[in-house]
Design a protein around this ligand. Structure first.
Ligand code: ZN
Length: 411
């Protein structure tokens, strides 16, 4: 995005503040905020990596005195040490203000009933959705994840109008509502779907089965949580709240900025965060800047929906593949459903890409034909032939959190 002189001075003051804490005091010992007078100078600053944040466990990121901290969140530490992010009252309030803006961008009002399925607790998701909804004046229904029976009962009895969920959980609920034949007792109008990458096919299935308009919301625990960007009714990427953050799109390998419109990794600098400010934080989310103004008239710039994680990019036989590319290819094949799984193995000195996809067809001839078509499409478009297997709908895992679809078993 454009780095205006005004934003540059915001970055300088964010740096000055960040250096109040030991984390950036140490990292930026020889760097002076007043020297950061150009985009070029800013881009010389070292990146902050998630591992740096882990090394600061538990409270090494804190940049204000203890009396200012009102809450902590932690990013899901499935592997190794978690990251703890301390929040001040202003951080908590700013987050709710941004989240309210997200809801308004989706046309959600104080008459809506917002059914919140993301988790509560250390994870930032649920409470962010809730505070934003309350600030807007809508009715928050703080379900949290799991217990599908109860989810659907509450959705019917309370006449929830907005569903907040990850795409995989939204799909699970949509399938369950369909299976139970209760679609006419569901009042949902809109879905606010967390920022994991999801393909056009999955989107269409959720929208059709629930009968809702879908919106993408972006965010990560290290930078407040979900709610720092949101798609509008024009469905052309997510508006980013650049009064609270500055972002760059860089080449994940070299760290250099990519030309406008090209896919790269989004790197975020917080402009107003007090508890744990971050400078040039590498999100590992792949996206691209969408040039030009949006038809909705919003002044906030846009990034594309998340195309995958730079760590999910895999190289097979010299070809770079990321999940959204697989979504795109599968979307072109009629009869192949949205759910798939890719396993990459190294067998007899060769890399093999094994692809499982779900299909509604139970006819073995149809399945074989779909498998063959998929092989040919992959061969033609990305130059490698996968081993393909069709499986039944519901056979691949659905999860309440972000789902992994590419498993690299080579290392
Ligand atoms: Zn817009």
């Amino acid at each position: 995005m454009n780095l205006t002189p005004e934003m540059l001075s915001q970055i300088q003051s964010a740096m000055r503040h960040a250096k109040q804490g030991t984390f950036y005091q140490e990292r930026f010992a020889d760097i002076h905020p007043e020297d950061i007078t150009s985009r070029k100078a800013f881009e010389q600053l070292p990146f902050t990596e998630k591992d740096d944040l882990r090394d600061a466990y538990p409270l090494g990121l804190q940049a204000v005195s203890d009396d200012k901290i009102v809450r902590i969140h932690s990013s899901s530490g499935t592997t190794g040490t978690p990251v703890i992010i301390p929040y001040t009252q202003k951080d908590v309030t700013d987050w709710a203000v941004m989240f309210k803006r997200c809801y308004k961008t989706a046309g959600i009002t104080n008459l809506d009933r917002v059914h919140i399925t993301p988790g509560y607790g250390l994870w930032t998701a649920g409470i962010g959705f809730q505070h934003g909804a309350e600030l807007l004046g809508s009715m928050a229904i703080p379900m949290g994840p799991g217990n599908t029976d109860k989810q659907i009962k509450m959705m019917m009895d309370l006449k929830s109008t907005v569903l907040c969920a990850t795409s995989s959980y939204a799909l699970l609920l949509a399938e369950e509502i369909e299976r139970r034949g209760v679609k006419d007792k569901i009042y949902l109008k809109k879905g606010v779907i967390g920022s994991e990458r999801w393909g056009a096919k999955m989107r269409k299935r959720i929208a059709d089965e629930l009968g809702v308009e879908l919106y993408d919301i972006y965010g990560l625990t290290e930078i407040y949580g979900p709610g720092i960007g949101m798609s509008c009714r024009h469905e052309c990427g997510m508006h980013m709240w650049t009064d609270y953050l500055y972002y760059e799109i860089v080449n994940p390998k070299t760290g250099a900025p990519v030309p406008e419109g090209e896919v790269g990794e989004i790197v975020i600098t917080t402009l107003q965060k007090e508890g744990a400010p971050l400078l040039r934080y590498r999100t590992h989310d792949l996206t691209r800047e969408i040039p030009g103004a949006c038809a909705c008239g919003s002044p906030y710039p846009r990034i594309d929906t998340i195309l995958g994680r730079s760590d999910d990019m895999v190289k097979v036989k010299g070809t770079i593949i990321y999940p959204s590319r697989i979504d795109e290819l599968l979307a072109t094949i009629d009869g192949v459903s949205s759910e798939y799984q890719v396993m990459i193995d190294h067998v007899n000195g060769r890399d093999m890409l094994n692809l499982l996809f779900e299909t509604e067809s139970t006819d073995s001839d149809v399945r074989r034909a779909l498998e063959k078509t998929t092989e040919l499409v992959f061969k033609a478009k990305i130059g490698l032939t996968p081993n393909v297997k069709a499986v039944d709908i519901g056979e691949l895992p659905r999860s309440e959190k972000k789902s992994t679809r590419i498993f690299d078993n080579r290392y």
